[in-house]
Design a protein around this ligand. Structure first.
Ligand SMILES: C[S@@+](CC[C@H](N)C(=O)[O-])C[C@H]1O[C@@H](n2cnc3c(N)ncnc32)[C@H](O)[C@@H]1O
Length: 212
């Protein structure tokens, strides 16, 4: 039992901060498993072709890949995992050289980006690992332009509670609590769209800042 617990704790740690060889494997599994959620998150951005967009906590890089398909956009990727950053630098070397992709080491709670730098942000399966959610949401609002859009993707908290690894450090906040915190950070319109089938469907929280 202790062994199983240790394995689950290790998996939870890797999901929250993919590191080394195991982290690279986790990144690839995430790319496959989360692709449909990330495709829906990118579609929900509804951005003009010429815009600055970001994926915060991009993990294995599936979101960067999909965002880079949109010619004319400049894509910004922020990660705290050096393993995921190194993978992205290798995989997207051409896009970085062409100035289409900028990668940064950083955390959602303290973003290495200027005020009003972005038109839209996606961040999927990340907020479970963020202790200070209010600080993170303030940062996301700060780096977006007036009228900018944040698309947050999360698993359904009730379903995720049933996954044994989430007992090891995941913060599974109820959707209503998340929506209140997002509103508190200054977003005015927040829509909860479901992606997938049945109770296991993900939540896409599509959040707009006021235009001013
Ligand atoms: C479960 S993975 C999700 C990756 C990807 N967004 C996806 O949906 O497949 C979580 C990622 O968030 C990153 N992460 C965790 N805490 C973070 C934070 N405070 N700020 C930015 N990224 C963070 C981790 O390094 C990891 O790569």
């Amino acid at each position: 039992m202790q062994l199983v617990d240790r394995a689950l704790a290790g998996l939870a740690r890797q999901l929250g901060d993919p590191t080394g060889f195991a982290g690279r494997l986790v990144g690839r599994v995430l790319n496959r498993g989360n692709r449909s959620l990330v495709v829906a998150a990118v579609a929900a951005m509804e951005c003009r072709p010429t815009s600055d967009v970001a994926d915060i906590g991009f993990g294995g890089g599936v979101g960067l890949d999909i965002l880079l398909d949109r010619e004319g956009t400049v894509v910004h990727g922020v990660e705290m995992s050096e393993t995921m950053l190194a993978e992205a630098r290798r995989r997207f070397a051409n896009d970085i050289a062409r100035g289409r992709l900028r990668l940064y080491t950083g955390r959602m709670e303290s973003l290495p980006l200027d005020d009003s730098a972005l038109d839209a942000i996606i961040s999927t399966n990340t907020v479970y690992f963020v202790p200070d959610l209010a600080a993170a949401l303030r940062e996301l609002a700060r780096v977006l332009r007036p009228g900018g859009r944040l698309v947050l993707g999360i698993g359904d908290p009730d379903q995720m509670t049933k996954m044994p690894f989430t007992r090891h450090g995941f913060r599974l906040r109820p959707v209503g609590e998340l929506v209140s915190a997002i509103r508190e950070a200054g977003f005015v319109q927040i829509e909860d769209r479901r992606v997938g089938e049945g109770r296991r469907a993900f939540h896409l929280l599509v959040c707009d800042l006021p235009v001013i």
